[in-house]
Design a protein around this ligand. Structure first.
Ligand SMILES: Nc1ncnc2c1ncn2[C@@H]1O[C@H](COP(=O)(O)OP(=O)(O)O)[C@@H](O)[C@H]1O
Ligand SMILES: [Mg+2]
Length: 469
């Protein structure tokens, strides 16, 4: 089953006939082909959609807020009158405004859904993030304009399309609420001709025809039953009936002529992003040092990463690998916290350290201003989760050249040698080693896209703060 054709009705002006158009269009499309699934989403006031489509007094099911926060269409949708499926708006939409940060969120949800046929989206009269989401997913954007100011406003919509690198050809202007009693002298005889000329003059494409202003149509949302009646059932004698029918046919033909769907494109982009992500993950995993960088015990094999305590990576990206939990604690206590007593695995100090390390980043690097010095010093920094320095200790590596790998530096030596912290001449390089605690039963989580990006972000932040060495 192919993905749906998405029609978004949008205009920054209120009262131009968007909601009337969106709701009626759904019904006229159903009338053209009753087997065609038609789904209406509303990001506008929910009353109009409820009052037109809710069957009897059936309880409300879901709304677009639920769809966006649960990231699935499923439960939110209900079957309404005239065979139209719908998801009404929510008065609480503002509460997730900050969570909906990208204009592509709705498109992703729709691309992953099993919707087909046509989806019509009604929007609020502004270009907020919800309208942007509706525009981003669209195969066709219909912009009702009723006068020169509403046409002027289209500029912002086109600018949004340009910014998002979407095709302007998606957008079509439709003169609406045209008062046919008005006539002008000169080449443009009425408001429709004039608006159309303005639009074409600005390089905007128009749909064929217009929607007239009709008192009968306006009266369809005021009746003792408290419902909103469609033009197709209650306004057949009006010109608007013929105009809506013509409009629906244009949209319907568009879905047939245009086999390429915007949501297919979105799905392709998602697939591409995913495979790029998988590829970077695979590369990161393949480049790992297979043994604990401190004790040489094998940690990484093709299937799994043995319980590891810490992930580390040099700033030049040349070395990356894991450290065993106890190895790192064994390094930290004697060297950096100058603990003379033996801290064994059951010591509460270790628990305390393990616990607080969860929220820290550790850095090893040559001490500040020691380049070229014979006596080498190593800095050990601790940063918080935001990458702000908490502490800094310096240890002397006086005998480093002689004692690397030997008794004097039983743990530190191998770590320095296995990473690019030591250069070819066994002297401390400018690189630093960033160490981050990982979850011991899922160590490789840190190599996944989002977590890894965070690790790199902190690495950059720390690099910018470290003093010259
Ligand atoms: N073709 C029409 N003729 C007369 N009145 C209309 C027509 N279309 C819409 N209206 C009325 O205009 C008002 C605004 O329409 P609406 O569809 O709610 O616009 P929007 O969604 O752009 O704010 C409503 O009172 C509606 O009944
Ligand atoms: Mg509206």
């Amino acid at each position: 089953m192919s993905r749906p054709y998405v029609v978004t009705i949008s205009s920054e002006k209120g009262g131009v006939g968007k909601t009337t158009l969106a709701t009626n269009l759904a019904i006229y499309l159903k009338a053209i082909n009753e087997d065609l699934p038609v789904t209406l989403f509303s990001f506008d006031n929910h009353f109009s959609v409820d009052r037109m489509f809710r069957i009897g007094r059936s309880p409300r099911q879901g709304n677009v807020l639920q769809m966006l926060s649960e990231e699935t269409v499923g439960e939110a949708m209900e079957l309404g009158e005239y065979g139209v499926q719908f998801i009404p708006s929510s008065g609480e939409l503002w509460s997730i405004r900050d969570q909906v940060s990208s204009p592509g969120q709705l498109a992703r949800i729709l691309a992953a859904s099993d919707l087909s046929g046509i989806v019509i989206i009604d929007t609020r009269p502004d270009l907020d993030v919800f309208t942007q989401n509706a525009l981003f997913a669209a195969d066709r954007v219909v912009v009702p304009v009723k006068d020169a100011p509403s046409l002027e406003n289209c500029k912002h919509l086109y600018e949004f399309f340009d910014r998002q690198q979407l095709s302007r050809r998606t957008i079509r202007i439709l003169p609406c609420l045209i008062d046919q009693r008005i006539h002008y002298d000169g080449p443009f005889r009425d408001p429709y001709q004039l608006l159309k000329a303005y639009a074409i003059n600005r390089g905007y494409r128009c749909l064929e025809g217009f929607i007239a202003k009709s008192p009968k149509v306006e009266s369809l949302n005021t009746n003792p039953e408290g419902r909103i009646y469609p033009v197709i059932t209650h306004g057949r004698g009006t010109e608007v009936h013929v105009q809506f029918a013509h409009l629906a046919r244009q949209i319907y033909l568009g879905t047939i002529e245009n086999q390429q769907r915007r949501l297919d494109q979105v799905a392709e982009e998602i697939g591409r992003e995913r495979s790029e992500r998988d590829e970077s993950f695979t590369t990161r995993r393949a480049n790992l040092h297979s043994d604990c960088l401190l004790c040489d015990k094998p940690l990484v094999n093709p299937e799994s990463i043995a319980p590891a305590g810490y992930y580390c990576e040099t700033s030049d990206g040349a070395t990356s690998g894991f450290l065993e939990e106890d190895c790192f604690a064994g390094l930290v206590f004697p060297y950096f916290y100058r603990s003379r007593r033996q801290i064994d695995a059951s010591d509460p100090l270790r628990d305390l350290f393990r616990e607080s390390a969860q929220r820290s980043y550790f850095v090893l690097r040559r001490a500040p201003n020691t380049r070229g010095h014979y006596q080498q010093q190593l800095s050990f920094y601790r940063f918080d989760e935001e990458g702000l320095e908490i502490s800094h200790k310096i240890i002397e590596l006086t005998e480093l050249n002689q004692s690397v790998g030997q008794d004097a530096l039983p743990l530190l030596g191998p770590l320095l040698q296995r990473t690019t912290l030591l250069d070819g001449e066994n002297r401390l390089s400018d690189a630093f080693l960033l160490i981050r605690r990982v979850s011991s039963d899922f160590a490789e989580e840190i190599l996944y896209d989002e977590q890894y990006r965070q690790f790199r972000k902190i690495a950059d932040k720390i690099a910018a703060q470290l003093p010259a060495c």
